[in-house]
Design a protein around this ligand. Structure first.
Ligand code: PMP
Length: 360
């Protein structure tokens, strides 16, 4: 028997078991080709089909129209931090909402390329708060407005789509992509490293509106231009074949589950159950952030002492709950409840939290 734990890793993270079973089944002989997809040419018909299907599924799942380019890139979300200003600043200023370490890193890269304006910064306050629309200082004439929808490290998440005041809106959705229903068409660009909600590390999904792409700087090295990926369906050079294949399988899984709306229902139940026990014992399980800023995906909590936190994490691990240690910059416990984490895992964790509090 294969042993599977409840995987609360912040990323790379849990994948749907069904998807892993398909990968296992197809690994040695991909659909009668007599070879693994890992060994296949990216120009082979098999991969062309995977790429085309992944693109079509993304369009369908996110409800995007044909004027969005769906790209599969490499270099993680961190490379997008640089690609964005390289392509879109064009001598203008990039406007950034600084709600956490990743948002801050994105702005830093823009400052290397050109100018960045910080519309709001939660840094001094320990990144506990998501700004309301009125707290945003959005400059007129900027090249774009950049936001991070979910702050993986601090466990905060936008619960609304900001009004960008006419600027193209760009979102890093690395840690909450496909987790809840949004009007994705409100974004001119969405990007995400695949390794939390939609696949393994190695592929970065970029969904880019043609009107924004048309503004991109042209005199850039080939591999640094979004246009190269858009023109060649991400096949100018060798794409991360295996990662895209798994992303396609995860998209098929999302569709089979009933789409993002159905996934959202489960995610909502998961976060409600964890926040419920935190709210029941607010002096024992203390949340890191403002209530209104709470994330559905990454739930940060502190216990009364660091010793208790260590004990919690180690006893949880012994019971098969893996990956609960908080990020070093926040400490405590972080419950990452991505799409593929079953509701049952949360129920068992909540029962563990109840017992742990009683005994400690
Ligand atoms: N943005 C967010 C919100 C993230 O959570 C992460 C990774 N945890 C990154 C960007 C960086 O992603 P990558 O490691 O793919 O560069």
């Amino acid at each position: 028997m294969t042993r599977r734990v409840y995987n609360f890793n912040p990323g790379p993270a849990v994948l749907p078991q069904e998807v892993l079973e398909i990968v296992q089944k197809e690994l040695l002989d991909y659909r009668g080709t007599g070879m693994s997809i890992l060994e296949s040419s990216h120009r082979a018909a098999e991969y062309t089909e995977i790429n085309d299907q992944a693109i079509a599924l993304a369009r369908e799942i996110f409800g995007l129209t044909d004027d969005y380019h769906i790209l599969f890139m490499t270099g993680g979300a961190s490379s997008q931090f640089a690609y964005i200003p390289l392509n879109f600043l064009n001598g203008k200023t990039g406007a950034y909402i600084d709600t956490g370490s990743w948002a801050n890193k994105a702005a830093k890269e823009a400052k290397i390329v050109g100018k960045a304006h910080i519309c709001y910064s939660g840094k001094e306050g320990g990144y506990k708060h998501i700004p309301t629309q009125t707290e945003l200082d959005i400059p007129a004439g900027a090249a774009y407005l950049h936001m991070t929808t979910n702050n993986t490290i601090y466990g905060t998440q936008f619960q609304y789509i900001p009004d960008s005041k006419g600027l193209p809106l760009i979102a890093d959705m690395s840690s909450d992509i496909a987790s809840r229903v949004l009007d994705f068409k409100k974004f001119d660009m969405i990007y995400a490293g695949a390794q939390k909600n939609i696949g393994p590390a190695g592929a970065t999904l970029v969904m880019l509106k043609d009107s924004l792409l048309k503004t991109a700087k042209q005199d850039l090295p080939t591999m640094f231009k979004y246009g190269t990926y858009a023109d060649e369906k991400s096949l100018y050079n060798t794409p991360p074949v295996f990662a895209v294949y798994v992303v396609k399988l995860v998209f098929e899984w999302i569709k089979k589950m009933g789409g993002i709306a159905a996934i959202e229902k489960v995610n909502c139940a998961k976060k409600e159950r964890v926040y419920q026990i935190m709210d029941l014992y607010p002096d024992y399980y203390r949340g890191h952030c403002d209530r209104e800023s709470r994330s559905w995906m990454n739930i940060n909590l502190r216990l009364p002492s660091e010793d208790l936190e260590k004990k919690f994490i180690s006893e949880a691990k012994a019971q098969g709950f893996i990956g609960l240690k908080g990020h070093r910059s926040v400490g405590g416990v972080r419950v990452s409840a991505y799409n593929a984490l079953p509701l049952e895992g949360i129920d068992k964790l909540v029962a563990f939290m109840e017992t742990f509090k009683k005994n400690n």
